[in-house]
Design a protein around this ligand. Structure first.
Ligand SMILES: NC(=O)c1ccc[n+]([C@@H]2O[C@H](COP(=O)([O-])OP(=O)(O)OC[C@H]3O[C@@H](n4cnc5c(N)ncnc54)[C@H](O)[C@@H]3O)[C@@H](O)[C@H]2O)c1
Length: 316
């Protein structure tokens, strides 16, 4: 249900995450203003915004008329004064502390009506981020999305030691009102929850390849066709209980000593770095991407997430 106490949302940063957040908020009928640093970045953000909505239209999930109604809630500005009355500010700028601190100075100067400041940082600790705030330390939280947040329906929220009662709850309520699943961490931790899990899996996958147990393609096949599909409908601990704590006790005592305990990026990754084989962006990484059908690949990246679409689109 739309929150009555959120009349206007300000987003600072018109990149991937900022634009996708604008799709999410306008798609639920929230007046949203995106602050852009230049007309060029405003233009490229609007092109992305239109493309994201076109994807819904192409899949018959929305009509062009509905997209037109959502778009009525979207504004761009190059002037911080237009964020004076926002109730919530979402900071989605480059992942550099100093860049974010500069933005926070402007938030404190111009967004004097804000009840919550949200940073979408991937990795920075909320306790470091609040150092960039002076009078608004108590309304900041991190809400970490997965890319793109209008499709991936999950946020992990972290409060700082300064966050005052009610702010985290308000942010959770807003994210739930736009149909996201939200978890609140009990304390700050690098990688939050989901990236800790994902990178623990990467570490072992790389170790299997480095140890000559299997090649990368077979590791991918094993994951995609064995346990991974299950985890879109049950959780890890649900599976642990279902398979039996006693069974897992025995397996862990036997298996854990042979798993990777790498404390930094493994050799396989360092060698790729030295060879400048960065993956898709350079045409070669673990795989050779030069002959891959990238249109098909990008369809596959988003494929499971369309199933989560359950927005109540604005009607006027
Ligand atoms: N892309 C991802 O996969 C992902 C996932 C989760 C979280 N995040 C986090 O979200 C944030 C944004 O990431 P992104 O991928 O959208 O980055 P991006 O590079 O696509 O966009 C960053 C935006 O910041 C803007 N910016 C830079 N300096 C600015 C300033 N002084 N004033 C106003 N705007 C400024 C840029 O103009 C750009 O539009 C980062 O903190 C990132 O770590 C990214």
């Amino acid at each position: 249900m739309k929150l009555e106490n959120v009349k206007h949302i300000g987003i600072i940063g018109t990149g991937m995450i900022g634009t996708s957040m604008a799709v999410l908020f306008t798609g639920h009928g929230y007046k949203t203003t995106l602050f852009a640093v230049s007309p060029e970045l405003q233009k490229s953000s609007k092109e992305k915004y239109d493309r994201f909505y076109q994807d819904f239209v192409d899949r018959n999930m929305m009509t062009k008329e509905q997209v037109g109604i959502c778009e009525k809630y979207l504004n761009y500005t190059l002037d911080y004064n237009d964020l004076a009355d926002v109730d919530v500010v979402v900071e989605c700028v480059f992942e550099e502390l100093q860049v974010k601190f500069n933005i926070y100075k402007n938030i404190e100067k111009y967004c004097t009506n804000a009840k919550a400041i949200i940073s979408t940082t991937s990795a920075l600790s909320v306790d470091d981020l609040v150092d960039g705030l002076d009078k608004y330390k108590d309304i900041m939280v991190v809400a970490h999305p997965f890319n793109p947040p209008h499709l991936v329906p999950f946020f992990e929220v972290v409060k700082s030691k300064y966050t005052r009662d009610g702010v985290t709850e308000h942010v959770v309520e807003l994210l739930e009102a736009v149909n996201r699943k939200v978890v609140v961490l009990k304390k700050s931790a690098p990688g939050f929850i989901a990236n800790r899990l994902q990178h623990a899996l990467f570490r072992e996958a790389i170790y299997i390849v480095e140890s000559g147990i299997a090649d990368a393609r077979d590791v991918d096949i094993a994951a995609m066709y064995s346990f991974m599909p299950r985890y879109t409908s049950i959780g890890i601990f649900e599976h642990l209980d279902n398979s039996g704590v006693d069974l897992n006790y025995n397996i862990e005592n036997y298996l854990f000593p042979s798993l990777s305990s790498a404390q930094c990026a493994p050799k396989l990754i360092c060698d790729k770095m030295d060879a400048k084989e960065y993956g898709v962006k350079s045409g070669k990484g673990i795989y050779d991407w030069s002959k891959v059908d990238m249109k098909d690949f990008s369809e596959r990246i988003s494929a499971p997430y369309w199933n989560y679409f359950n927005w109540k689109l604005p009607t006027e």
